[in-house]
Design a protein around this ligand. Structure first.
Ligand code: ZN
Length: 222
């Protein structure tokens, strides 16, 4: 199917981007998308990012059975499948091990809304999912518990970050913004008092962004 072949290229591009931007290192982290119903394209397990090619992508169905591909799927496949099952609006998932987000995940502290782009693109606070072993069904359940409440990003305790979006570009952009927010917030705390934006200020930022950029309603739930 042509759409699947094209999306494989896009998954590779995003995977190489998160590596280049140092949101992941080694073979950690993973990327997936849902190009059509009941088909998920996901990065393979254990292949270094610089070597990734579109033929290495793994295509599975919603049960996790391999439909196409010569490698094993990412070990976080259960988490990706659980998110797609819980959220019909999600078309792509990016999971990073970016250091500033991971620092908040280690202290298990939510990232409140402190900067404009977080309000506009991420849509609100980034919460921490309860700790569970990487790759486990328990981790998948913990992540979905946070994400089913229309969140677009979630921290994995002592692990990293997961962002979702209607497409790969949005999921990637959210990962970048959460990492940048975490970096700014950490530095703010070092300087002194970090001021958290009030919910009504966040609402105004969202509203102005939607009006100014002509985005469709529902951008935060996609
Ligand atoms: Zn991970």
């Amino acid at each position: 199917m042509l759409v699947i072949e094209k999306k494989k290229e896009e998954v590779v591009k995003v995977a190489k981007t998160i590596y280049k931007e140092k949101l992941v290192f080694g073979t950690w982290g993973n990327v997936s998308c849902r190009p059509v119903e009941n088909r998920i394209i996901i990065t393979p397990s254990g292949i270094p990012y610089p070597d990734l090619q579109f033929v290495d992508m793994v295509v599975v169905n919603m049960e996790g059975d391999i439909i196409e591909g010569r490698w094993k799927a990412s070990t976080e496949l259960p988490m990706h499948l659980a998110i797609y099952q819980a959220r019909e609006d999600v078309g792509a998932i990016v999971h990073t091990h970016s250091p500033y987000s991971a620092a908040f995940a280690v202290v298990r502290e939510d990232i409140p809304v402190v900067i404009e782009e977080q309000a506009q693109i991420v849509g609100g606070i980034v919460k921490v999912a309860a700790y569970a072993l990487p790759g486990s069904h328990e981790l998948a359940d913990n992540v979905v518990q946070i994400l089913e409440k229309e969140q677009t990003a979630v921290l994995l305790a002592n692990h990293g970050l997961v962002c979702v979006g209607k497409d790969l570009e949005m999921a990637l952009q959210r990962c970048r913004i959460v990492e940048r927010t975490a970096q700014i917030l950490l530095h703010s705390k070092l300087i002194g008092n970090a001021h958290i934006l009030e919910p009504q200020e966040v609402e105004i930022l969202k509203r102005n962004y939607l009006a100014g950029y002509g985005q469709k309603e529902g951008v935060y739930t996609q």
